[in-house]
Design a protein around this ligand. Structure first.
Ligand SMILES: Cc1cc2nc3c(=O)[nH]c(=O)nc-3n(C[C@H](O)[C@H](O)[C@H](O)COP(=O)(O)OP(=O)(O)OC[C@H]3O[C@@H](n4cnc5c(N)ncnc54)[C@H](O)[C@@H]3O)c2cc1C
Length: 414
């Protein structure tokens, strides 16, 4: 169903309630699990996109919850505004991104949900709720990352920055040097992440910092190099790994040796996003930030021992701790480590081995990515878990928003 107004969202929720139906809302369907799946009613807010209003003085904007991040970035930019940080693709909807705690990288920035300062939500009882930290402090902390189980978010108010430019730099560095320089790299750059290629010595580091320099002009050539060459070349290598898994380690080393080195400048919202055309499975965990190097070393040791056939690089990022109840970064500055496997290659044993390491270090899984945890394990990892369940009972007493995947995560109301 594609509602075109808040009233239509209310009508659908009330109809589902009357008829005893289950309802899920899907954003762009870019989560790696069945979190948004429905075998009953599925709602999309694709017809509710764009900016509702902008407050230039306060540097805030209220936007329709179905707005895709790419469209949002351009629309905000036309008002001289930008989000302070973003993840590495821009096809998600803003509601989908905040509902799973989508994040970028940078020790001084929380995930995208921390940019939210207000929401309009249609609850499981079909009531329209204006939810801000002032009006409903507890509900707001639950709503900021809600996995779509507290209601249909229809509008989101974001705190923003004046539009800014970033200079992006990609470098190759031996992984051992990268691990010894983490504090400096993460502390001295606005955005820092690195890609560790399994079985390879060089890794890729990516840095982004604010600049006043002119936007780079080699747009067509950059597009060709990054989108066509990198994706096509990597896609070809990935197919080879699928057909001949034993080549994975060598191909990982080859990819590492081809890491592009260079710089470019652009407006922030255009620089955060990259094109990801090669399909993969992904698992990502948040860990205490200080554990990054130790965890990578344990992963290296596990790979040397078990020789998993994997050539996809491991993506390593940082985020500032926050106070959002279901945020993987709740109460601690976080290292985010993501493992990937090319679609069509077996990932289970590799992901399970890496997950064991993550769990040992107090890891919490990304809500939009793969993991094997179930309800009891979340209770131990989230101090505010039961407070969230109380809000769920208040806002969705009939469990309208449950699906099969979520019933693995949440116990039924008592
Ligand atoms: C190639 C790729 C790259 C990615 N890169 C990153 C990254 O850099 N950083 C990162 O953190 N994550 C990343 N992700 C994960 C992605 O950001 C999340 O899975 C995000 O939730 C996807 O947004 P979506 O709009 O597709 O939401 P969906 O997957 O459609 O839904 C996610 C959740 O949001 C809920 N939801 C959606 N709309 C609403 C609404 N209006 N009201 C209430 N609930 C709603 C759904 O019910 C569901 O629970 C990536 C994923 C892919 C496939």
């Amino acid at each position: 169903m594609y509602p075109g107004s808040i009233e239509e969202v209310v009508d659908i929720v009330q109809w589902c309630r009357r008829e005893g139906r289950k309802l899920r809302v899907v954003g762009s369907g870019h989560s790696f699990t069945a979190i948004a799946a429905s075998n009953d009613v599925l709602m999309s807010l694709d017809h509710l996109q764009g900016i509702v209003r902008v407050d230039q003085e306060a540097r805030t904007a209220t936007v329709w919850a179905g707005t895709k991040l790419k469209r949002l970035g351009e629309a905000l930019f036309s008002h001289g505004l930008s989000q302070e940080n973003l993840g590495d693709i821009d096809v998600q909807s803003i509601a989908g991104a905040i509902s799973t705690g989508t994040h970028g990288t940078g020790l001084t920035f929380g995930n995208i949900s921390t940019q939210v300062i207000g929401m309009t939500v249609v609850t499981g009882q079909g009531e329209v709720l204006e939810c801000t930290p002032q009006s409903h402090p507890e509900w707001f902390k639950a709503m900021q990352i809600s996995l779509g189980v507290l209601g249909v978010i229809v509008q989101v108010t974001l705190r923003l920055e004046a539009a800014y430019k970033l200079e992006y730099e990609s470098r190759r560095l031996p992984i051992t040097d990268c691990l010894t320089q983490l504090t400096q790299l993460a502390g001295e750059n606005r955005h820092f992440e690195f890609f560790w290629f399994p079985y390879a010595e060089p890794c890729q580091i990516k840095l982004m910092n604010i600049t006043e320099r002119e936007v780079s002009t080699r747009k067509l050539q950059d597009y060709f190099n990054e989108v066509v060459m990198e994706n096509a070349f990597f896609g070809l290598l990935s197919e080879m790994c699928r057909l001949l898994p034993r080549t994975s380690a060598a191909i990982s080393r080859l990819s590492a040796s081809q890491v592009p080195v260079g710089r470019k400048v652009s407006h922030s919202h255009r620089l955060f996003a990259t094109k990801r055309l090669v399909r993969f499975h992904e698992m990502e965990y948040s860990l205490p930030s200080e554990a990054m190097a130790e965890v990578i070393k344990e992963m290296q040791a596990a790979l040397s021992k078990q020789r998993f056939h994997v050539h996809f690089p491991v993506e390593c990022r940082y985020a500032k701790g926050d106070d959002i109840w279901l945020s993987p970064a709740y109460g601690r500055d976080s290292a985010y480590i993501a493992v990937h496997m090319y679609k069509g290659m077996p990932y289970e044993a590799y992901f399970r081995a890496m997950e064991e390491i993550f769990l040992h270090y107090g890891g919490r899984p990304h809500w939009g990515k793969m993991h094997t945890l179930q309800a009891p394990q979340f209770e131990n990892r989230y101090p505010m878990w039961s407070a969230f369940q109380n809000v769920r009972e208040e806002l969705d007493p009939d469990q309208l928003f449950m699906n099969e995947y979520l019933s693995r995560i949440f116990k039924p109301h008592s």
